[in-house]
Design a protein around this ligand. Structure first.
Ligand code: FES
Ligand code: FES
Length: 133
């Protein structure tokens, strides 16, 4: 099994690692396949995700996909971020080995979970907007 250069880069030098203390939304998801967990923090201004950080207790592929996912949603609107699929994140990383595809699901779900929390804090039911996580 070989990892792409982009995966190795985002694993060795992950972007946007950490937490946002005054986050507008925090998501936490677990991967049922391996038990790994991920936390995602977002800062929202108007409709735009102005900042995003993540923490992962997980494997290298989970770290690389989270790192790439945060780069892809930073500066985007919430609606654009909700369109982000794990497939798009994998493509941006030039692919993942098949046994590691499940790892990329964490990042997509963590972003949705953080957006869901953002709406809940605003008193808005997130279900019709975010859909199932
Ligand atoms: Fe947890 Fe991948 S199974 S590190
Ligand atoms: Fe658990 Fe990768 S093996 S997220």
């Amino acid at each position: 099994m070989a990892y792409s250069e982009k995966v190795m880069d985002h694993f060795s030098n992950p972007r946007n690692v950490g937490e946002i203390v005054d986050a507008d939304g925090v998501g936490e998801v677990g991967n049922p396949k391996c038990g790994d967990i991920m936390k995602m923090y977002i800062k929202v201004d108007g409709d735009v995700i102005t900042d995003v950080k993540f923490k992962t207790f997980g494997c290298g592929a989970a770290i690389a996909t989270s790192s790439m996912a945060t780069e892809l949603v930073k500066g985007k609107t919430i609606q654009e971020a909700l369109q982000l699929t794990n497939k798009a994140v994998m493509e941006a990383l030039d692919g993942l080995p098949p046994v590691k595809v499940h790892c990329s699901v964490l990042a997509e779900q963590a972003i949705k979970s953080a957006i869901s929390d953002y709406y809940t804090r605003k008193g808005i039911d997130p279900t019709p907007i975010v859909g199932p996580i």
